[in-house]
Design a protein around this ligand. Sequence first.
Ligand code: HEC
Length: 194
Amino acid sequence: MERKTDELLEHDADGIREFDNQLPRWWLYGFYFTMLFAAAYLVNYHLLATPLVGQAGMVAEYEAEVQAAAHLVAARPKPPAASLGAATDADTLKKGEALFNSATSLCASCHRADLGGLVGPNLTDDQWLNGCSVTDVVTSIRTGNPTRGMLPFGSNTRLGDEQLLQLASYVLSRRGSAPPNPKPPDPERDKACN
Ligand code: HEC
């Protein structure tokens, strides 16, 4: 049956009308081609372990990228010691010791030069009030505990991050040093921390 051409359809979209003519061959074949192409592409890249066309394949590409990223991670500069843990090098510990015993920070006047405790608690045992990670100790020093007798930074003399790390590293390096006649741990507040 011969189809009529250029016959207007009923509907009207804001004055735009359309015919219902057959699609041109070239357009249809183009359309079929994209369908076949998509199917072939899907099988080639997503399903075959080794693609017939193109490079390594999804899995291998993924693994190569993960490997490349691993190199990047390995090459990344190390974060500063503060976020890792206490510094243990002799230089830092010496600076920490000097600060601890200095006339401005006054740590030793309350915690004793051997850290055994006097007004402040013993800092060498495993009983801690605020935790024994570097971050905890840095926070203890930075904020102090004025109501219980320790000013921020011990004596309100501001200390920089580096100095805080030196002090905290020194304090932590003295753990287990068992000084004579330590102040007994406060039974109410002290909590074990290993
Ligand atoms: C005036 C006395 C005094 C001075 C000076 C002082 N402290 Fe303290 N410190 C205390 C007291 C009291 C506490 C207990 C506070 C509390 O209950 O949290 C304490 C707590 C601490 C803690 C927490 C201990 C724990 O068990 O969690 C650390 C760490 C500490 N001091 C380090 C220092 C350092 C380092 C300095 C010098 C910068 C210093 N203190 C100076 C009296 C002092």
